[in-house]
Design a protein around this ligand. Structure first.
Ligand SMILES: C[S@@+](CC[C@H](N)C(=O)[O-])C[C@H]1O[C@@H](n2cnc3c(N)ncnc32)[C@H](O)[C@@H]1O
Length: 157
């Protein structure tokens, strides 16, 4: 995908974005300190935008493909309505365990459900419909969303 801003402007905006909760900052710092490919984590602006979009959409059920260390799920969780929950799929058991540690420490522990394994298999077994879906632009994501037997997202989801 063609970037909207230059890398320099992206870095500037991220550095000056209003931070989310301290737990999310800790998650980011530990991700960079202890995991490989830490740059995969969503930036602070993306976290804020996800929080805003979830707040506006008020979804009862969110699907995320690609938990990584849990930052984006935590960002979305903070915008959920009282009866909202998130199912987040992660291939790597190590990354899922890292994320689960943060979910357990968050105010949203009972609302975030991590499923370990290939998302194609996980999604197949889920009941939809999903009101809000956050996926990374990967071939896996494309295959999940175009698979006829996948649970649907709502028309405006
Ligand atoms: C770019 S990272 C996700 C970043 C995360 N959403 C965030 O914003 O912090 C992509 C993640 O997708 C996971 N992944 C890749 N293929 C997958 C698959 N087939 N099923 C589930 N997770 C997958 C990777 O292990 C990786 O942790």
């Amino acid at each position: 995908m063609c970037p909207i801003f230059s890398e320099a402007l992206d870095a500037y905006v991220d550095a000056h974005a209003t931070p989310l909760e301290p737990l999310l900052q800790e998650n980011r710092e530990e991700t960079y300190a202890s995991l490989s490919s830490p740059q995969m984590i969503a930036g602070p602006v993306v976290g804020q935008v996800l929080r805003l979009l979830v707040s506006l959409a008020a979804p009862r059920l969110v699907l995320e493909i690609g938990t990584f260390t849990g930052y984006s799920a935590l960002a979305m969780a903070g915008g959920l309505p009282p009866d909202g929950r998130i199912v987040t799929c992660e291939l790597s058991p190590e990354r899922a365990a890292f994320a689960q540690g943060y979910f357990d420490r968050s105010p949203w522990a009972d609302r975030i459900d991590v499923r370990v394994g290939p998302a194609l298999d996980t999604v197949e077994a889920l009941d939809g419909p999903f009101d809000f879906v956050f996926i990374e632009p990967t071939r896996t994501a494309t295959r999940v969303t175009t698979r006829p037997s996948s649970p649907s997202s709502r028309p405006a989801g």
